[in-house]
Design a protein around this ligand. Structure first.
Ligand code: PHE
Length: 357
C-alpha cells in the first residue's frame, strides 16, 4: 500500500471515529490545518522533479479533496445529531403550570371597577363604553348644558384646538356622554353601567387631571325616584359589605337630571380608618337624578312614554375609602412597591355570590 493510501485510510478512519464536533475539528487540524500531515505533504511538491510532480500532484490533490469532503460530510451528520439531541432534551411541556406565582397585580381602581360591575351586573346592568375624546354635543349640549351656561365652566374642561368652525373637541369631563351615545342608538328598556376615565384641569391632594367614574343609566316605563334610591342603597351595602347603610338624598343641581340629588352616607372614624354605614357624620359619595326630559328628547326618546334615572360616582375615592388608602397621588405614580402592596391578584374575579374582595 502506498504512503498516500495509508494516510487516506488513517485520515478517513479518524473522521468516521470522531464522535463530536470538537473531535472532528481536531482531526481536520491534524490533517488539513496549516501544520497538518496532508498540508505538509503538499508542501513537498515544490522540491520534486517535474516528472515526480506530475504523478504526485494529482494524487495529493485527490487525497486532500477526499479527506476534506469526508470532514464536511461528517460535520453535517454531527450537527444534525446535536440539534436532534437538543430538541429532545430541551423540550418544554406547555401544559405544565408556571413554577412561580405571576408578579402582576391589578390596580385597586380596576379591582373596584370589577366589583361595581359585579354588583350592578347582578341587578341586570350591562357594561357600555364610549370615547375619551368627545364632541361638544355629547359632553355638554345633548346633556342640556345650554351654550354659555355657567355649569360648563364648573367642569374645568380640557379643550382641543377647534377645527374649521366646529366646536372644539374635549377630553370628556364625565362619563355622562355615554348615556347619550347609548340612548341615541338603543331602544329602551336600557340598563347600562359605564366605567371610564374622565379629565378635568385640577391638581391637588384630592384631585388629579385624569380620574375614574362609573355612570349608571336606567330607562324604562314607570321608573321613579324610589327605584333610584333602592338601587343605590343596595349598591352601597354590597360594595362596603355592611348590613346597614344610613343614606340621605340631598337636593342638588345637574343640568341633565331633574330632580337631582347627591347621595350621602353615614360614617364614623375609627382611629385612622373609616367605617361606612353608620356613625355621626355624612359623606357625599355620588350624584344622581331622574333623567331630564330635554335629554331624552335630544336622544330621540319620547319623555311622555319613558323615564329613567342616572347616577355617576368617582371611583378613585370609593377605592380609597374601601381599601384604606390615605392618598390619591400614588395611584398614578406606577410604583411597583405600591401596586404590590395595594394591588389585587388578577385571577380572582369579584362576584356578589363568591365574594367581592
Ligand atoms: N356627571 C356628573 C358629574 O360628573 C355625575 C352625575 C351623573 C350626576 C349622572 C347625575 C346623574 O359630576
Amino acid at each position: 500500500m502506498s504512503e498516500i493510501e495509508t494516510i487516506e485510510n488513517e485520515a478517513l478512519g479518524a473522521v468516521a471515529a470522531a464522535s463530536d464536533l470538537a473531535a472532528l475539528d481536531a482531526v481536520r487540524v491534524a490533517e488539513l490545518g496549516k501544520k497538518g500531515r496532508i498540508s505538509g505533504l503538499m508542501k513537498t511538491l515544490g522540491s520534486m522533479s517535474p516528472e515526480e510532480r506530475q504523478t504526485m500532484g494529482p494524487a495529493l490533490n485527490g487525497l486532500r479533496n477526499r479527506v476534506q469532503e469526508a470532514v464536511e460530510a461528517r460535520k453535517a451528520e454531527l450537527e444534525e445529531a446535536e440539534l436532534e439531541k437538543r430538541l429532545q432534551t430541551e423540550r418544554i411541556d406547555m401544559t405544565l403550570p408556571p413554577r412561580a406565582i405571576p408578579e402582576g397585580r391589578l390596580h385597586p381602581v380596576m379591582q373596584v371597577f370589577e366589583e361595581v360591575a359585579a354588583i350592578f351586573g347582578d341587578m341586570g346592568f350591562t357594561v357600555a363604553e364610549g370615547p375619551d375624546i368627545e364632541d361638544d354635543w355629547h359632553n355638554f349640549t345633548a346633556l342640556n348644558f345650554p351654550e354659555g351656561h355657567p355649569a360648563r365652566e364648573t367642569h374645568d374642561t380640557f379643550f382641543f384646538h377647534p377645527q374649521q368652525g366646529a366646536a372644539p373637541k374635549v377630553l370628556r369631563t364625565h362619563t355622562s356622554p355615554v348615556q347619550v351615545r347609548v340612548m341615541e342608538t338603543q331602544k329602551p328598556p336600557i340598563r347600562i353601567l359605564v366605567p371610564g376615565r374622565v379629565y378635568r384641569n385640577d391638581w391637588d391632594a384630592t384631585h388629579t387631571p385624569m380620574f375614574h367614574q362609573v355612570e349608571g343609566l336606567v330607562i324604562d316605563k314607570a321608573i321613579h325616584m324610589g327605584h333610584l334610591k333602592g338601587c343605590l342603597i343596595d349598591f352601597v351595602k354590597e360594595f362596603f359589605e355592611v348590613a346597614n347603610v344610613e343614606a340621605r338624598f340631598r337636593p342638588h343641581f345637574f343640568p341633565f337630571t331633574e330632580p337631582s340629588a347627591e347621595m350621602d352616607v353615614k360614617y364614623r372614624k375609627v382611629g385612622e380608618s373609616i367605617e361606612i354605614g353608620e356613625g355621626d357624620s355624612w359623606m357625599e359619595i355620588l350624584g344622581s337624578g331622574m333623567v331630564h326630559p330635554n335629554v331624552l328628547s335630544n336622544c330621540g326618546i319620547d319623555p311622555d312614554e319613558y323615564q329613567g334615572f342616572a347616577f355617576g360616582m368617582g371611583i378613585d375615592r370609593l377605592a380609597m375609602l374601601k381599601y384604606g388608602m390615605p392618598d390619591l397621588r400614588p395611584y398614578f405614580e406606577a410604583d411597583a412597591g405600591w401596586t404590590r402592596h395595594y394591588g389585587f391578584r388578577p385571577w380572582l374575579s369579584p362576584s356578589v355570590a363568591g365574594g367581592l374582595s
